[in-house]
Design a binder for this molecule. Structure first.
Ligand code: PAF
Length: 283
């Protein structure tokens, strides 16, 4: 495996692969890799001739009060994991390489970020789209892989690719969980042992909500308040949001007559965790 630090280097290699007609699978990450990332790499490996992983803790998607400085990093361990999992190129650019100047042009999400995380993390998805677009332009992959834990991110990227006529397939992969049901996230490393146990309530509450919906519950307010009450049994928990939205446009629904996403963001102690569940409507 090669580690590339510069855009020039990686472009050379990719041009070479393109000439040979090889397909490229791309997994963008902010590092501190876990089994969730490895499942994306595994899919990329299965479905493409070559695999590129990027590690870049992107400052433009963090607001000033967020955890950019303390975001977990362990390049040596990530490199080893990439090597062991058959990655061909690990792209590890510096901030100067990616953002040498302040951009004159930025991306502004039109809709799709007025709910869920976008409503509370102002500008977050503009920053995500900016970095993903830059990485797409550098790597020009055939297929790019994203986890469904960040469901809103996945939908926004799918829409960006469609709206900007970018010739890349966006592939969403299932959420990978701990044994206790907690969705894997690099931020889980912030949790104490007690918080880790408490955090399992998030998925349990979503599962219960799914069960009640599938068994005829139609009252959206009741479903949300049941999730809230269940999560708040844990003293370390504080709700950031609980929303039920249409999976297609991420707009809130007032009745369940389409495929819906129940999405939550919860603070466990000081750590903000997100999770979601999709409920198909067979009515
Ligand atoms: O999902 C993430 O880890 C990040 O938002 C991404 C897509 C790598 C962009 O920085």
């Amino acid at each position: 495996m090669k580690v590339n630090y510069t855009i020039i280097e990686i472009r050379e290699k990719i041009k070479d692969w393109n000439k040979q007609g090889l397909s490229v699978g791309f997994v963008p990450t902010m590092g501190y890799l876990h089994t969730g990332h490895l499942s994306l790499i595994e899919a990329a490996k299965r479905e493409n001739d070559k695999v590129v992983v990027s590690i870049f803790v992107n400052p433009t998607q963090f607001s000033p009060n967020e955890d950019l400085e303390k975001y977990p990093r362990n390049f040596e361990k990530d490199k080893l994991l990439c090597e062991q999992n058959g990655v061909d190129i690990l792209f590890f650019p510096t901030e100067q390489e990616i953002y040498p100047n302040k951009n004159l042009i930025n991306i502004d999400i039109n809709k799709l970020d007025n709910n869920l995380c976008g409503r509370l993390r102002i500008g977050h998805f503009n920053g995500v789209c900016l970095i993903v677009l830059k990485l797409f332009n550098i790597i020009k992959p055939t297929n790019a892989y994203f986890g469904k834990k960040d469901f809103q991110q996945l939908q926004i990227i799918k829409n960006m690719v469609k709206d900007f006529n970018i010739d890349i397939n966006i592939i969403g992969m299932p959420i990978i969980r701990e044994k206790n049901g907690l969705a894997l996230s690099s931020r889980n490393s912030y949790l104490s042992k007690e918080e880790f146990e408490d955090a399992s309530i998030i998925n349990k509450s979503l599962q219960k909500a799914k069960y009640s919906l599938e068994n005829g519950e139609t009252d959206i307010k009741k479903i949300i308040s049941n999730i809230e009450n269940s999560i708040l049994q844990k003293l370390t928990a504080k709700i950031d949001y609980i929303e039920i939205v249409d999976t297609k446009n991420l707009q809130k629904v007032d009745k369940i007559d389409c495929e819906v996403l129940i999405s939550v963001a919860v603070f466990i102690g000081k750590t903000r965790l997100i999770d979601n569940i999709v409920i198909q409507n067979n009515m």
